[in-house]
Structure formats: structure tokens, C-alpha cells
Design a protein. Structure first.
Lengths: 313, 482, 339
């Protein structure tokens, strides 16, 4: 049981990076549809960098930069060029995936450096959660810290408050002197960097090495989990661990149900669709209005200004 | 702490929203800014509070220049605005909304919300989520917040639409307190009654310029005349009305997004023209949309030609011969990028599309209505007047009831003439026309009768030929005269 | 024209840089691409066979885009069509040509059904068609995989490389000893013409475009938006399903889980580059198909990864979109200054 929990936490770590990164971006009002391609490109770049420099850190940094660059391109075309974020994000997700395949050709299936395991003595012996939380490597520790950090940032810090206001009601933020578009760029850069780190977490840890299309589909899953998690870091993380759990279970059941791991990626989506239908159903909304606390728990409300462009005149 | 507004001008494309507006307000004033929709008062307030920059002119507060075009700078200079839809972030608590964008810590914010709130008679809960607050409570929160930021001028933009009477009383009491403490309160509204109730002086704005200033109280007719221009009555025209009742509305109650209208009882004859007058927001909008079947009614009935159309949906109303001409034109009525011919084909064509026939139809409409454009021109590129003519051309041949919102708003005289010539032609075929307008000349000269809306009700229906200017003005201002 | 030149120039520049960085001569690479797609009659056949499903799916997407809908679920609709076509091909007896015709029809129906599901999620469930479509796409993919390694698996081996091959008389007939079959070409040309006709000359097409431009105005002229949107999904999903059926019946001759293979998404790129105009679909799709087919030669002859083809396609579209946006902004800024 302990070992299973530990492998779930480890398997979900890259997804956590991507989903929380996108949560931050979307809370500021920007949709980064290029997620799937970005993760691939970052995974490849991260591996290539780590391979050539023999430094895992270099790999993570390179991946973060790539993720940030792609995300900023989406934000820039929406803010400066007033283009449709969805259209540009979509084009980039395909382009980035193909770039990853092309540029990563020479690194295909090479063995490379991976993140070293760093168990924490004493703490790792705590029953049940000890192994899961303290017998991991830096990448996984990072993901755990990220969850806590992002949750705290968005809920309790000034910066997080301002960021949420920017995505929820930019006019209100603007009236209080907050520079809306600057926040959007920052949030996109940060979110994009995290998406990049997610790629490195795949190619330098969970799915060690690079192969064309190795992380395909995870970006879309991350997007779904953001919605399912109601744009709240803790719930998003829960979604990631649920998915990680499904992955691990599927692996264990592989001998019994051979095709399960193939069917697996499809599962988050019906759940997400279900949650979206619930949001919009008038009878559920009435229920939620009567019991606000439960309502907030059940109904994920997207940031009010998600996907829109904001102009100061 | 005198507020001096000097020659503020602002143009949006062809429209001069503010034309060299100058104004001076003393500390402790409860000063109203009155004007109809489109008069320019909102633009002026946005400029004052930093949400809009001005083309020219200046604003000084106590001699110090106020930097325009940035909301935060305006607040730093001491000018704050309470928006009609208070700019609060709905998922945040009161405290979170309060501290957003400031350095104030939570404990301090809590103290300020409670203490200042109490001083003004508000009962604010710092931990309440904004979404669960009523509009009135959100306003109270914003006022407390602006005060804590040290504003000396508080602008309120149409604050009383959407709040209860009780909250309005609370608000007014608080504003009186603030004025007595030396604050300048600028109360922007089109609601005469409230302006007369709360304020001590008023500036009236019409078509972008200051038309007059008065101390209050003063006779409402005088204000109406300033807002709408001189009322010319007594012009006669052939009275319509074939005597056969066409539209029967009984006990109608409609709830629109911002306004409601209740207890509406109307009887309109075939061939009759009924004008609907009233201050903006008195309920005319929901009334017209309900008569078109676009909005649901919660109570009452609508009968056309003896058949009950209540809540049957817009398509049934259309089938019964009702046609709605919206004010928005490009927002609602026309399609960007589609051509004149395509618009007419959509409105008037049948199951199969024949572009040859559509082209002919467009050409004849262009000629009939003197539209400056070709059949394949996209309507976006046409002027407002020509767009309105296209909307007119989209009317079906047989219309029993024609509903129009501000049919000649923003049009040049020539286009307005074309519109009314076309419309009055229809009435000879038995079409009844019900239209909303803020142009009193138009109301008086085109209507047989005028229904005046006020505060969500029809106050009275008068004969357009015999109504007297004072009577009409009083009615619009909310007072029924004997 | 200037816009096309700018976009084309930008893409060429980026592509050349990428090639040089990976140690290849851009001119040589272009030569390989061209000969790889048009060099021999076999290659031309392959290019045309790649063009047909791409143009089909793109034609359907023009319809959904005209209604203001982002039909990202197109991949799922391709798969749905492939599945239904396979079902018919495997189970229906009788003369080959009847089975083929029914299979193709089934492909259209399957794709249309999958499209309508996404449409209903939007009109009844309020679910944005992007996420609804995406979700349905994943579900379709999973279902196809399940079928291939489960109920329809090959004798003794459960492999994701596909089902057993269909019986030979339901393989789409080819011409001239090449892999080219006429049915997809003829049908695609027909569909392209059909879509253009719908949009331009039918009441439905006019209402569709009206709904896409302004929903409020559409209501005022009496248009009911739900049937119009669902109708758009029937056409969009159906043509995508038909594309999937053609790939299955004409190229792969079995059900492969990767039957969509990014074709649906590529079709979206085609439509974006063609600026939503039906008359540009055929040439743009041909351009993209040539790159896709030609790029497989890049691997063989120049030891370059065939994804380069995808990179080229993506860069061209991105450049076109960015240049268009940039030019529009410049125009708006200049207008502001004049005022």
C-alpha cells in the first residue's frame, strides 16, 4: 500500500506541474491551448540539454525556458495582436509537437541522465504516507511544494489576489491600479515555465528518455483536470492524483485487462464533461444558490474573463 | 476643496460626446448631473474618475491638477467613482475586495469596513463573499473602500437602479452625512424624483454640452425641458386608428435584466400609432421586448387579433405579424460582414435562395428607401442612417404590429424623415405602431396617443394632439397632474 | 497578396533556419519533398490519396466554423467514421461494391452522430464545444483501441497495429497499378462543391452564416439556432467520418487505432490557412498533403525526421495568422492616429 501510494505520487508529479501551471495561467484569464505540444517540446529539449551537458538541472532549466517561450507567444498574440487565443494555442500545440519530433530525432531512445532519488531519513518511515511524501526525488518533492505554494499564493497572498482579480474581473483590477496585461504576461510566463518543467519531469524522470510522441495526450488531460478541479490548486492536484491512481491501477491490472492502459487517457474527459454540464444545469445552480458552501464545492466556476482580451480604453 | 472642470471635450468617431464642458462644485455639495441616455454624462464621469482620457480640457481639485486617463491617479488626487455595476470581484470576500491593490493589512481592513460602515449606517460583514451580497451592499462596500482611500469627490453613476427602497434610503442618508463632512458628492442620474429628493443643485447635460444649472428644489418641468429640449405641442396630423382593436394587453408584468414593468393595460387599434415616453429605465425596454415575444412575462396576457400570444415565443409572435426593430442595429438586428442582399434574403426570402431574385429585391429596396449602397456591400460599412434603412427594408410586407426602439436615434434629419414616411405608409394598411423614443418632438408629431412610463409603470396615456407641454413634462418627471 | 508574401517569406526563413541548424541543405530538402510527393506515379497517387480525406474533413470544418463553432472534436469524428465503416466491412455480406458503398455511408453517419453529440453537449449542456469535442475525441480513440485489441482483434494476437485485413473485394479499387483509387477523389470533389453550394446557395447556409456572425440578430429574423448548429455538426462530423471511412477502406484496409493520425487537426490548420474560404480548401489541402507525403522521403534520403513536414505546415499557418493579426493592428493604430 505504501509503495503504491508512493508510485501514484511519483507518476502524477509531471501532471501536477502542468495542471497547476495552467491553473495559474487561466486564473489570470489566459487559455494556453498549446499545452500538449509544449510538454512534448519541453520534454525533448530538457532531455537534449541534460544529455549534452550531463546535468539534470540544465535539462530542467532548458525545459522551463521552452515552456515559457511558447506560452508567452500565445499571450502576446492575444494581448498585442488581439488574435484569438484558442486559434494560436491550437496551431502551436501541433507545431510544438512536430518541432519536438523533428529536433529530437537524434536523441531518440537514448539513455540519459535521470533525477536521482533522495529519500529523507526518518520521515520516510512514517507509516502510510512516509514513502509517498519523503522517499522520492527532487522532481517529485518539487511538485508537492508547488501544490502547497500555489494554493497559498492564490488564496492568501496579495499577488495571488491581484492575479485572480485580473482573470475574474479585469475592470475591477484596472480601477485599483493593477496593470492587467502585465499580470497576464507574468502569469503566462510562470505557468508556461511550469509546463516546461512538467516536460522535463517526464523525460528526466517518469518516462526517462525521449521518444517521439512520448508524452502525447498529457497536455489535454491537464487542461481537463484544470476544469474538473475548478481552477483551485488543491482540487486540481487531487484530480492529478486520481488520474495517477488510475494509471497505476491500470498497470497492475495489465495482465488481467490488457487494453486498460490504452483506454485510460479517455477517462478524465467524461468526468470533465460531466462537471461542465453540472455547472450549467439550472436545477443544480438553484441548489447551489441555496447552500453556498456546498455550491462552491460542487460547481467549478471559470474565471469570469477567461479567454477574453482586455483593453484599457 | 473646490472641484473645477474646465472645457472638457471628448469625441468618439463622428460623435462629440463631451463638448467643452465646464463646471464648478463646492465642498459639501450634493450635486446632481442630469441627462438622458447619450447626453454625455457617463463619458464626463469616466473622464473625471480616470477611466477615459479627454481630448482636451482640465480638471483641478483645490487648485491641484488631476491627471486624467488613469483610475489610480484619479483616486490619488481624491476622485473616486462608484460604478452602476459596482466593480467588485464576485468570488472575493469583502475584506479581499477591500485590500485588492493596496497595502492595507487584513486586520486594518476589517476594522475600517466595520467602523466606517457603522458610521454611515451600513451593516457590512467583512467575511461575506461579494457574490452573495445584494447590489446595494456591494455599493456600500465600494463607498467604504473609496472613503478609506481618501477620496474627496465621490461620483455615483446611476446608483439606484437595481437596489431596494430601503437600501436607497440608507444610501441617501450616508451621502448626506458625507456631504456634511465636506465631501463633494456628484450624483449622476436620469431619475428626476431622486435628484429632487437628495440633491441641492443640478447640472443638466444634453447632446454633450451643459444646458443649465439650477439650485434645487425647482419645478420638474423646467428640468424636463432642459433635458429634452423645448416641447412643441399642438401640431396636428391625420389621426389614425380604424377603431378595430388589434392589441390587447392586460395586467402585464415583465422582469427585464435591470428594469421591471408591471400592471400594464393597453388597448391599441389597428392603424394607430402609440408613442412610449419616459425617462430611461422606466420600463419601456422590457415592455417592448415582451410585446415582441422576446422576453417572458410572469403575469398577464398579450392578445393580438383575438389570439393569445402570451409567452409563446418570438417565432409565434412573428408568425402573428409582430415585427421588432431594435435600437442596437449592429449589436442586434444586423449581421457584420453580410451584404444588403443577404440581409434582405434572410428577412424576406423563403426556403430556397435565388440570388438573382435577392439582388432584384435589394435593388428595389435601395431605390425605395434611398439607401446609399449597393446590393453586395457589407452593412458594416454603411452609415447609421443607411443601416437603419436596411433594417426598415427587412420588415415583412404584412405587419400587424410594429414595435420600434428609438427609431431615429443618431440619425440625420433626412434619414429620420425617410423612416417615418415609410412607417406612416404602413399604418394606412392597418399596421399598428408602438415605439419608444426620447425625442419629444418625434413623440408628439408622430403619435396618436402617448403612453408615459415612470418607475416601472405606465403613469398615464394622453392624446398627442391635445397634450400640453407642461403636462407631458410633468408626467415624464413622474407627477400626474389633474 | 502582400500578406501571403510576408507569411510565405517568414515560413521559408524559419524552415531554412531549422534545416541548417540540423545540418541539412534547405534546397536539397525541398527537392526531396517535391520528388517525394510528385516524383513518381506512385508518389502522386499517395499524395492524392492523402489529399482526399484531408480536404473532406476541411470542407466539413468550413461549415462548422461558419456557424461560429470550434469543432476540435474532428479527430474523434474521423475515428467514429472509421469504426462504423469497419463494422460494415467486416460483417456485411454480398457483392463487394454494395458493401463498400454502405460502408462509406456508414462512415458518414458515424461521424455525423459523433459530431451531433458534441453539438448537443453545447446546445443542451452548455459545454463549450472545444472541450466537449476534445473529450469525445479521446473517448472515440479509446473505443477504437479497445475494439482493435478486444472484440475485433486478430486471430491469436491482440496487437495495436490493427484488425485483420478486410476481404479483398471490399478494398477500394485502384487504377493504373498505383495505390490511387478514384472513389475518394470523386467524392471529395463532389463534397467540396456541395459544401460551397450549401454555404452560398441554400437557405440553411445563409442561416448558418447568420448564426455565426450574430446570434442575437439571428433570433430576431426568426432563426432557431439549435437546429442550425446541430445541422452544422451533422455536415462537419459526417464529412470527417467519411474521411475516416476512406482512409480505412482505401488506404489501410483494416481498422487501425491511429486512423485519424492528426488528420483532423491538420484539417483545422488547412481551414485556418485557407481563411475559411471553400475555394481555397482544395489547393491548400493539396499543399499540405504534398508536404505530409513528401516528408516521409526526408527520413529515407536525408535522414531527417519526417516531423519536419508537420513543422513546415505549422509554421506556415502560424506565420499567416500572426501576419494577418499584425497587419490588422497596424491598420487600427493608424486609424487612431488620424483621429
Amino acid at each position: 500500500m505504501d509503495a503504491t501510494l508512493a508510485s501514484i505520487v511519483a507518476a502524477a508529479a509531471p501532471l501536477v506541474y502542468a495542471a497547476i501551471g495552467e491553473t495559474i495561467t487561466e486564473r489570470a484569464g489566459v487559455v494556453n491551448l498549446s499545452l500538449d505540444g509544449s510538454i512534448l517540446l519541453a520534454a525533448m529539449t530538457g532531455f537534449a540539454a541534460a544529455y549534452t551537458t550531463n546535468s539534470v538541472i540544465a535539462g530542467f532549466v532548458a525545459a522551463a525556458l521552452v515552456g515559457m517561450a511558447v506560452a508567452l507567444l500565445v499571450a502576446w498574440s492575444g494581448i498585442a495582436l488581439k488574435l484569438n487565443q484558442i486559434a494560436v494555442g491550437f496551431i502551436l500545440t501541433i507545431l510544438a509537437a512536430d518541432l519536438a519530433g523533428f529536433l529530437g530525432d537524434s536523441f531518440n531512445r537514448l539513455p540519459g541522465p535521470t533525477v536521482t532519488a533522495r529519500p529523507i531519513p526518518v520521515l520516510e518511515n512514517i507509516p502510510v504516507v512516509g514513502q509517498a511524501l519523503f522517499d522520492q526525488n527532487i522532481s517529485v518533492y518539487g511538485s508537492l511544494l508547488l501544490i502547497v505554494g500555489a494554493a497559498w499564493f492564490l488564496a492568501r497572498s496579495r499577488g495571488g489576489l491581484e492575479l485572480s482579480a485580473v482573470g475574474e474581473r479585469p475592470e475591477a483590477a484596472h480601477s485599483r491600479g493593477i496593470v492587467v496585461n502585465r499580470y497576464r504576461y507574468l502569469a503566462t510566463a510562470a505557468g508556461g515555465a511550469l509546463v516546461g518543467i512538467s516536460g522535463a519531469a517526464f523525460s528526466l524522470d517518469q518516462k526517462a528518455g525521449w521518444a517521439e510522441g512520448s508524452t502525447a495526450g498529457f497536455g489535454w488531460i491537464a487542461l481537463a483536470i484544470v476544469i474538473f478541479g475548478g481552477w483551485q490548486p488543491l482540487r486540481v492536484a487531487l484530480g492529478c492524483y486520481l488520474f495517477g491512481g488510475l494509471q497505476v491501477v491500470a498497470l497492475r491490472l495489465q495482465p488481467v485487462f490488457p487494453g486498460l492502459s490504452q483506454v485510460l487517457p479517455a477517462i478524465p474527459f467524461p468526468l470533465m464533461i460531466l462537471s461542465l454540464v453540472i455547472v450549467n444545469s439550472p436545477s443544480i445552480r438553484k441548489l447551489a444558490a441555496r447552500a453556498p458552501r456546498i455550491g462552491r464545492l460542487l460547481i467549478p466556476d471559470p474565471p469570469g474573463a477567461l479567454g477574453t482580451n482586455f483593453a484599457t480604453d | 476643496m473646490t472641484l473645477r472642470i474646465d472645457q472638457i471635450s471628448k469625441r468618439f468617431g463622428p460623435v462629440q460626446a463631451n463638448d467643452a464642458i465646464s463646471l464648478e462644485v463646492q465642498p459639501g455639495a450634493l450635486h446632481a448631473v442630469l441627462g438622458e441616455n447619450g447626453a454625455g454624462k457617463s463619458t464626463l464621469m469616466k473622464i473625471l474618475s480616470g477611466f477615459q482620457d479627454a481630448d482636451s480640457g482640465s480638471v483641478t481639485l483645490d487648485g491641484a491638477a488631476v491627471s486624467l486617463g488613469d483610475p489610480k491617479a484619479a483616486i490619488a488626487s481624491g476622485i473616486g467613482m462608484l460604478h452602476q455595476d459596482p466593480l467588485v470581484v464576485l468570488p472575493f470576500t469583502a475584506i479581499q475586495n477591500f485590500i485588492l491593490g493596496t497595502d492595507i493589512d487584513r486586520a486594518e481592513a476589517r476594522r475600517l469596513i466595520v467602523e466606517t460602515g457603522q458610521r454611515l449606517g451600513f451593516d457590512l460583514d467583512p467575511d461575506r463573499v461579494a457574490r452573495t451580497m445584494s447590489v446595494g451592499e456591494r455599493q456600500q462596500l465600494e463607498i467604504v473602500r473609496l472613503l478609506s482611500l481618501g477620496v474627496k469627490v465621490l461620483i455615483l453613476d446611476e446608483p439606484t437602479s437595481g437596489i431596494s427602497t430601503g437600501q436607497r434610503e440608507l444610501l441617501f442618508a450616508a451621502l448626506r452625512t458625507l456631504a456634511s463632512e465636506g465631501l463633494i458628492v456628484l450624483f449622476v442620474s436620469h431619475k428626476l424624483e431622486e435628484v429632487l429628493d437628495l440633491c441641492r443643485s443640478v447640472t443638466v447635460i444634453r447632446r454633450g454640452t451643459v444646458v443649465g444649472e439650477r439650485p434645487l428644489p425647482c419645478p420638474p418641468e423646467a428640468l424636463v425641458e432642459m433635458m429634452f429640449g423645448e416641447i412643441v405641442t399642438g401640431t396636428t396630423h391625420a389621426t389614425g386608428g380604424h377603431g378595430t382593436p388589434l392589441l390587447r394587453v392586460a395586467n402585464l408584468h415583465v422582469t427585464g435584466r435591470r428594469q421591471t414593468i408591471s400592471d400594464v393595460n393597453l388597448l391599441v387599434d389597428a392603424g394607430e400609432v402609440l408613442g412610449v415616453a419616459g425617462l430611461e429605465g422606466s420600463g419601456q425596454g422590457p415592455l417592448l421586448r415582451a410585446l415582441a415575444g422576446l422576453d417572458q412575462t410572469t403575469e398577464g396576457t398579450i392578445n393580438l387579433d383575438e389570439s393569445d400570444l402570451t409567452n409563446r415565443g418570438h417565432r409565434s409572435f412573428m408568425a402573428a405579424g409582430v415585427h421588432f426593430l431594435p435600437a442596437g442595429r449592429l449589436e442586434e438586428g444586423l449581421f457584420p460582414d453580410l451584404t444588403i442582399a443577404e440581409h434582405l434574403e434572410l428577412a424576406l426570402g423563403d426556403k430556397t435562395v435565388d440570388w438573382g431574385r435577392a439582388d432584384e429585391r435589394a435593388k428595389s429596396a435601395i431605390e425605395r428607401l434611398s439607401i446609399k449602397g449597393a446590393p453586395n456591400d457589407p452593412v458594416e460599412g454603411l452609415s447609421g442612417g443607411n443601416q437603419q434603412r436596411v433594417l426598415l427594408a427587412m420588415m415583412p410586407e404584412r405587419v400587424r404590429l410594429l414595435l420600434m426602439e428609438h427609431p431615429t436615434r443618431g440619425l440625420d434629419i433626412e434619414s429620420a424623415d425617410v423612416v417615418w414616411t415609410q412607417l406612416l405608409e404602413r399604418r394606412t394598411e392597418g399596421t399598428a405602431i408602438v415605439f419608444v423614443s426620447a425625442d419629444l418632438d418625434e413623440l408628439v408629431s408622430a403619435s396618436d396617443r402617448i403612453a408615459v412610463c415612470f418607475d416601472g409603470r405606465i403613469l398615464d396615456i394622453v392624446d398627442a394632439n391635445t397634450v400640453d407641454a407642461n403636462q407631458l413634462g410633468s408626467l415624464i418627471g413622474g407627477q400626474v397632474t389633474a | 497578396m502582400k500578406r501571403a508574401a510576408l507569411a510565405g517569406g517568414a515560413s521559408l526563413l524559419v524552415a531554412s533556419i531549422l534545416l541548417i541548424v540540423s545540418g541539412t541543405n534547405p534546397i536539397e530538402a525541398t527537392g526531396v519533398l517535391i520528388s517525394g510527393s510528385f516524383g513518381t506515379s506512385d508518389k502522386i497517387a499517395d499524395t492524392i490519396m492523402a489529399w482526399a480525406p484531408l480536404a473532406l474533413a476541411a470542407a466539413g470544418l468550413v461549415v462548422t466554423f461558419s456557424a461560429g463553432l470550434w469543432n476540435i472534436g474532428v479527430e474523434g469524428q474521423v475515428i467514429a467514421g472509421a469504426i462504423t465503416a469497419t463494422a460494415v466491412a467486416r460483417s456485411m455480406g454480398g457483392p463487394g461494391w454494395i458493401v463498400m458503398a454502405v460502408a462509406l455511408l456508414a462512415g458518414f453517419v458515424g461521424g455525423a452522430f459523433w459530431g451531433v453529440l458534441a453539438g448537443l453537449l453545447r446546445t443542451r449542456g452548455g459545454v463549450n464545444e472545444i472541450f466537449g469535442g476534445l473529450g469525445l475525441g479521446f473517448v472515440a480513440q479509446a473505443f477504437a483501441t479497445y475494439l482493435v485489441i478486444g472484440p475485433w482483434k486478430r486471430e491469436g494476437i491482440a496487437s495495436t497495429s490493427g484488425t485483420d485485413l478486410f476481404r479483398e473485394d471490399v478494398w477500394l479499387p485502384t487504377v493504373g497499378g498505383t495505390r490511387l483509387s478514384l472513389a475518394p477523389v470523386v467524392v471529395t470533389i463532389g463534397v467540396l462543391w456541395w459544401v460551397a453550394w450549401i454555404l452560398k446557395s441554400t437557405r440553411f447556409g445563409l442561416e448558418l452564416r447568420a448564426v455565426g456572425k450574430n446570434l442575437a440578430s439571428a433570433r430576431l429574423v426568426g432563426i432557431r439556432s439549435e437546429p442550425v448548429m446541430l445541422g452544422a455538426f451533422v455536415i462537419g462530423g459526417g464529412t470527417a467520418g467519411l474521411a475516416g471511412a476512406f482512409v480505412t477502406m482505401g488506404i489501410q484496409h483494416k481498422l487501425v487505432p491511429a486512423v485519424a493520425g492528426g488528420r483532423g487537426f491538420l484539417a483545422i490548420l488547412v481551414v485556418l490557412l485557407a481563411a475559411f474560404a471553400p475555394r481555397w480548401i482544395a489547393p491548400v489541402a493539396l499543399f499540405f498533403a504534398a508536404i505530409s507525403v513528401g516528408s516521409s522521403q526526408l527520413n529515407l534520403r536525408l535522414d531527417l525526421d519526417s516531423s519536419l513536414g508537420g513543422v513546415l505546415q505549422g509554421v506556415v499557418v502560424l506565420a499567416a495568422v500572426l501576419v494577418a493579426g499584425w497587419q490588422l493592428q497596424r491598420k487600427i493604430n493608424r486609424q487612431e492616429e488620424v483621429r
